[in-house]
Design a protein around this ligand. Sequence first.
Ligand SMILES: Nc1ncnc2c1ncn2[C@@H]1O[C@H](COP(=O)(O)OP(=O)(O)OP(=O)(O)O)[C@@H](O)[C@H]1O
Ligand SMILES: [Mg+2]
Length: 260
Amino acid sequence: MTTTPAITITGLTKSYGDTAVLRGVDLSVPAGSIVALLGSNGAGKTTTVRILSTLLKADGGACSVNGHDVATAPAEVRASISLTGQFAAVDEILTGRENLVLIAELRRLSDPRGIADDLLARFGLTDAAARRVATYSGGMRRRLDIAMSLIGHPPVLFLDEPTSGLDPQSRLEVWDTARQLAGQGTTVLLTTQYLDEAENLADRIAILHEGRIIADGTLAELRQLLPPATVEYVEKKPTLEDVFLAIVGHDHPVRKGAES
Ligand SMILES: Nc1ncnc2c1ncn2[C@@H]1O[C@H](COP(=O)(O)OP(=O)(O)OP(=O)(O)O)[C@@H](O)[C@H]1O
Ligand SMILES: [Mg+2]
């Protein structure tokens, strides 16, 4: 892994009306790494991803993706990225295969059908390929959505809660895919509510809270933020959840979501 940042965010601010959601976010994502952005509901994760993918304008600060400034070179940024949004963006009228072929054609790749068939097989959708997406389960839509985002091998991938609603097996498939892509040099910024997902998948973890990144590091570094226990008879490392709840505050509703 190189240490060149593929994504840099400096002093990013964004308000909706009077509500300041991002109040000076600073984050750097090394190329070829997987970084998980954690935060409670409403913390501003999707807002950050939408700004980085040029769907939303920032109020202040600067972001660059794959060396391109998001504000001044949006077309270059869009050519470098792929986004799997929090809510699947597949076309329900089309079949799974047609959705994939359409994206491959839009990206002007050769052999759109071959690309579609490869991805259908990889995501366990071959049997459902000829069915309209309207008949797919939530997990199948999500898998198709992620498959669509991989077409054309974009160097930077944004995954906004990529495994919400997936069964454990599909979750593992998505994790494997993300790891494989990072191994080949793709940079992955993912948001998640599942702390075990961040713990298992991410090289670095950043916690967004009250508009700022309040912690950023490897899991081992984040663990060191907790004071060592004074009396401890059983050797047990703090989980990422322990670290998260200690930093964010124990009464936060994220605790409920994390135990699902
Ligand atoms: N278009 C909008 N207009 C007004 N407020 C908005 C808009 N989009 C988001 N917000 C508010 O901004 C805050 C951050 O929202 P955002 O979707 O970025 O959070 P999130 O961290 O992705 O949350 P979740 O975990 O629920 O997906 C929330 O308070 C939300 O209500
Ligand atoms: Mg969100």
